[in-house]
Design a binder for this molecule. Structure first.
Ligand code: AMP
Length: 377
């Protein structure tokens, strides 16, 4: 197979006495926290979860869980006292929460990356400022700003997205000439929006990078991602032959390395990219964390995205991301999970269920990674 994944070799150890048991605090209790906790356990690191929801997926596999709101200062202080170092597993926690926790214990990645990735205008501006290209964009602070965007771009349609709290296609709409600007503005919550030109893309890719305290970086990807109803459906790594040339691969690696260095990353971040029909890479968004498009790394790499995240935030060196098997990851969304048992009969399938007992449409219930085998899904 073609070798993807990049690392500076040989990787140095951050500490010589590196097997220090640490207590790792994770803010957020979803599947990303769960898979990080499982990775931590392999290194003898105990994890403690902070999450408002009883019975969250990460709580099932952790040493302890603190159930409290993200703005409960007393609870945050008590939680910080229980752990040595803190990370977060999703981007919608208040920046203030991270800043407050930092007064007690180190938090990685730090608040700058979180702040940038919470606001699409800040994010696009930051990316452009460090030389990473995106689709053309304009801030929209009132429905009156929409018409001038049409006049400026002279395009028949563009995408409007809420600047904050959008995910899996939520908080966005395609806006066409003749649509009622006031109505769309209202439908999207009457708050700040970003207008983006529609990218004519060949496919969607993502790059994941882990960076440790020595500044050593390892990358995964570019992975090819396919969506259904705006939710990630399938990730293929390596992408089908010919789609990602060695030049595009090198460009994608350089972009994510540039970003990781610009934010002085400690931990993992993800850069979602469009590969345009004319062969350019445009950044879509940043996730300040491990990512669904990297779940295949658990079964197909020497060191997974979760292993490397835990290693980096716990002051250990990042490890080789070498991919030893071709991989296709299929998400199990909503009712898909009801048929999951059939994957247990497939010798090439690695099944992961997140322990979510309430099956809801659009909810990520688990995933399955197929090694060295094409799936038809
Ligand atoms: P996002 O929430 O920004 O990740 O967008 C969700 C999905 O909408 C992306 O994965 C793309 O499939 C699509 N999308 C978002 N922005 C654009 C764009 N500027 N042009 C074309 N498709 C887009």
């Amino acid at each position: 197979m073609q070798e993807f994944g990049c690392f500076t070799s040989p990787l140095k150890s951050v500490k010589t006495n590196h097997m220090i048991t640490k207590k790792l605090g994770i803010i957020g209790g979803g599947q990303l926290g769960r898979m990080s906790a499982l990775a931590a356990a392999r290194l003898g690191i105990q994890t403690f979860i902070y999450c408002p929801e009883q019975g969250c997926p990460a709580s099932h596999v952790s040493a302890g869980t603190y159930f409290a709101d993200y703005n409960n200062k007393k609870a945050l202080a008590e939680f910080a006292a229980m752990v040595d170092v803190i990370t977060y597993e999703f981007e919608n926690i208040p920046v203030e929460t991270v800043k407050y926790l930092q007064t007690f214990k180190p938090v990685f990645p730090d608040e700058q990356l979180l702040e940038i990735s919470q606001d699409r205008v800040l994010e696009k501006k930051f990316l452009n400022d460090i030389g990473i290209k995106t689709a053309e964009w304009e801030p929209v602070n009132s429905y009156k700003d929409i018409e001038p965007v049409f006049n400026k771009w002279n395009e028949g349609a563009f995408i409007l997205k809420t600047t904050r709290f959008g995910y899996d296609g939520k908080g966005q709409a395609k806006f066409k000439k003749g649509d009622n600007a006031k109505q769309v503005w209202k439908d999207l919550g009457a708050g700040p929006l970003i207008a983006e030109q529609i990218v004519d893309f060949k496919c969607e890719l993502s790059m994941i990078i882990a960076r440790d305290k020595l500044g050593q970086m390892v990358t995964y990807g570019p992975m090819m991602n396919e969506h259904q109803n705006s939710i990630l459906h399938k990730t293929t790594m390596p992408p089908p032959g010919g789609l990602v040339t060695p030049e595009i691969e090198q460009d994608a690696i350089k972009l994510v390395q540039l970003l990781a260095e610009a934010v002085d990353l400690v931990g993992v971040l993800t850069l979602e990219l469009f590969l345009t029909e004319d062969g350019r890479l445009l950044a879509n968004e940043i996730a300040p964390r491990t990512h669904n498009s990297g779940h295949w790394t658990i079964d197909a790499c020497v060191t997974s995205q979760f292993d490397n995240h835990v290693r980096a935030v716990c002051s250990l060196n990042v490890g080789a991301p070498r991919q030893h098997s071709d991989a296709e990851m299929l998400n199990l969304i909503g009712d898909d999970v009801k048929g999951a048992a059939k994957f247990l009969e497939n010798p090439n399938a690695c099944l992961h269920l997140y322990g979510k007992y309430d099956v809801r449409a659009g909810r990520k219930m688990g995933h399955v990674t197929f090694l060295d085998e094409q799936i038809n899904g």
